[in-house]
Write a protein that binds this ligand. Structure first.
Ligand code: APR
Length: 281
């Protein structure tokens, strides 16, 4: 951000001020960070919402603790619970992007999206039209899968069949037979290289949007704090999370993210365009 950018004195509550800031051209580089909360309206449960979250509904799989379903050590001992869940979560074509996903695609189309960091593995940002080069899938995705022992890639079509049957695929390599796992980041695994390569874009941001995440899982949860002091941070979430509220320019739009995003789009004069883009999907 150029030195002479006046510090934005955003009224804490006002989206119109954020809209003015975007329209003024002072926020050319918007960096967005998203979590499962932007896909709940698509019908995909998030993880930690009290009753509807995935972790509250895995009891049937009698796991030592809910997160075990994404734990590599547990997966090696018992891959079955993960594959029961994978059948539910597999991207396929069952789920449609939400208004929040489409808003992000609109930002990209208008040349305002510097980068989108997502924790989601549902690929709905892509489906909404966000260009892949503007997306960092920080927790991986179901796009590819490989053997956790010999690391050889496993065929996508074969994977789809195994997942559809809720069966555990094993490596086809001679003498291996290791477990196959989608390239989603399990607890205990390193995040993709791309996450670390692209991280500095957060400090280049003129505006940071955080949408639908509890900011509980690091290192992703540390991204909003990497924003420059002069860059306003806007939270669209049901609840206050992370360090929001500690900076003068933090704006918290608490409630349903689609509703908050529609309000911002209306303040930008993009309301009609957003609805049409969403309906056109
Ligand atoms: N509108 C606004 N906020 C919502 C909505 C909605 N429609 N639905 C859910 N939320 C909020 C919840 O209140 C919560 O604060 O979104 C947040 C979702 O938080 P989590 O369920 O923890 O999901 P996420 O932050 O993406 O989890 C991070 O944890 O399990 C790991 O790797 C997994 O990527 C995941 C990571």
């Amino acid at each position: 951000i150029s030195e002479d950018t006046p510090p934005l004195t955003l009224d804490k509550r006002s989206l119109p001020a954020v809209a003015e800031y975007i329209k003024s051209g002072q926020a050319p580089r918007i960096v967005a960070m998203t979590g499962a909360g932007i896909s709940t309206a698509a019908g995909i449960p998030d993880f930690r919402s009290p009753t509807t979250g995935l972790y509250a509904n895995l009891a049937a799989l009698n796991l030592p603790e809910p997160e075990a379903v994404f734990d590599l050590t547990f997966f090696r001992q018992n891959p079955q619970p993960f594959y029961v869940l994978a059948r539910e979560l597999y991207p396929g074509t069952r789920y449609r992007p939400t208004v929040s996903h489409v808003f992000l695609a609109l930002l990209a189309r208008k040349g305002l999206l510097h980068m989108l960091f997502t924790q989601n593995i549902d690929c709905l940002e892509r489906a909404a039209g966000v260009p892949p080069e503007r997306i960092v899938e920080a927790h991986g995705s179901f796009a590819t899968q490989r053997c956790i022992d010999c690391k050889v890639l496993f065929d996508g079509e074969r994977m789809r069949k195994f997942v559809a049957r809720g069966e555990v695929p094993r490596c086809a390599e001679e003498g291996c037979g290791g477990l196959v796992k989608p390239d989603i980041v399990f607890f205990g695994e390193a995040l993709p290289r791309d996450f670390f390569d692209q991280m500095q874009r957060v400090s280049e941001a003129g505006l940071v949007l955080v949408m639908g995440t509890s900011l509980q899982v690091h290192p992703f949860a540390g991204l909003p704090d990497m924003a420059d002091e002069a860059a306003p941070r806007v939270l669209f979430n049901r609840e206050e999370v992370g360090s929001f509220g500690t900076r003068a320019d933090d704006v918290m739009v608490l409630g349903d993210c689609d509703a908050g995003v529609r309000k911002l789009a209306d303040a930008l004069g993009w309301g009609q365009e957003l609805e049409e883009a969403w309906r056109a999907l």
